[in-house]
Design a protein around this ligand. Structure first.
Ligand code: URA
Length: 280
């Protein structure tokens, strides 16, 4: 019997069920499969690629740019699988488009947060690299997200993100029957002192794996909760939660990146730099 090291079903990758070459290089990564459809509806054309467990993939075109969106499920284990398999089938630029809890009282629910780096309180990346290894986005993706947010005139913040596998105690929320732990009681205050501006569950894994594999990554979030003011808005209340705004900013950021990438290719430059914009 021939034994394959690569878990596949026919030609498709085992979990995401996408085949090599079926998706373009730019891929959005929301956690929730429901949000993949919000992306698909925002594009000029879209089609279903695959659906398996929490991994739903659509691809399409936005203003002439080919892009895709795959849901990752929640937490580091689930997104690590998505990243591993998407890179194998042709993606090289992965943008997390999630929801988050803001730590600073100035951030309003519905604002955008763009991550400039992630605190690795996840579980999966310990199998990949020591904790001293940085979890940082690509500066090109980060800049394209800022450019898109500015061009659309939305409220946004740029700062450090805390990523944990635990929505409740890991983010300072009480567990069942009010159970708590020393870690949980201290974490919110500790993160504020470290000037971390938001809490979520996947970005440290995306950034760490992208760093190791030489891919580009970025992350933008809609703030659906504020841990200082106690506000919480369900993410399916699109206008109030900022999810629809996040989709618009992300689409526009990929259009901008595509232009920058084309200019880099034309001028044979490996990296984007600000005066390249004058040459556009
Ligand atoms: N996602 C999280 O992980 N935490 C929040 O508070 C909101 C969304």
């Amino acid at each position: 019997m021939k034994v394959s090291e690569e878990p596949k079903v026919g030609e498709a990758l085992y979990h995401i069920r996408v085949k090599k070459g079926e998706i373009p290089r730019y891929v959005f990564l929301p956690g929730d499969p429901g949000r993949v459809k919000v992306f698909a509806e925002s594009w000029d054309t879209s089609q279903l690629v695959a659906q398996e467990r929490e991994y739903l993939t659509y691809k399409g075109k936005y203003k002439g740019v080919e892009l895709a969106c795959t849901s990752t499920g929640i937490g580091s284990g689930a997104i690590a699988i998505a990243v591993e398999e998407l890179l194998r089938v042709g993606a090289d630029t992965l943008i997390r488009t999630g929801t988050t809890g803001a730590l600073s009282p100035e951030v309003k629910v519905g604002d955008m947060i763009i991550s400039s780096g992630a605190y690795r309180a996840d579980g999966a990346t310990r199998a990949y690299a020591p904790l001293a290894y940085p979890a940082v986005p690509s500066y090109e993706v980060l800049l394209a997200l800022v450019e898109a947010a500015e061009s659309l005139g939305v409220r946004y913040w740029v700062g450090l993100t805390y990523s944990t596998d635990s929505f409740y105690l890991g983010q300072g929320r009480p567990g069942f029957n009010g159970y708590t732990s020393e870690y949980s009681e201290r974490i919110v205050e500790r993160l504020r002192k470290l000037r971390i501006i938001n809490m979520e569950m996947e970005s440290s894994t995306l950034f760490t794996l992208a760093g190791i594999y030489g891919a580009r990554a970025g992350a933008i979030f809609a703030a659906i909760a504020n841990r200082a003011t106690g506000e919480f808005v369900p993410s399916d209340e699109f206008e109030a939660s900022g999810v629809r705004t996040m989709v618009k900013v992300a689409d526009e950021a990929v259009r901008i990146l595509y232009e920058w990438d084309a200019k880099k290719a034309e001028l044979n430059k490996p990296y984007f730099y600000p005066s390249l914009i004058k040459k556009l």
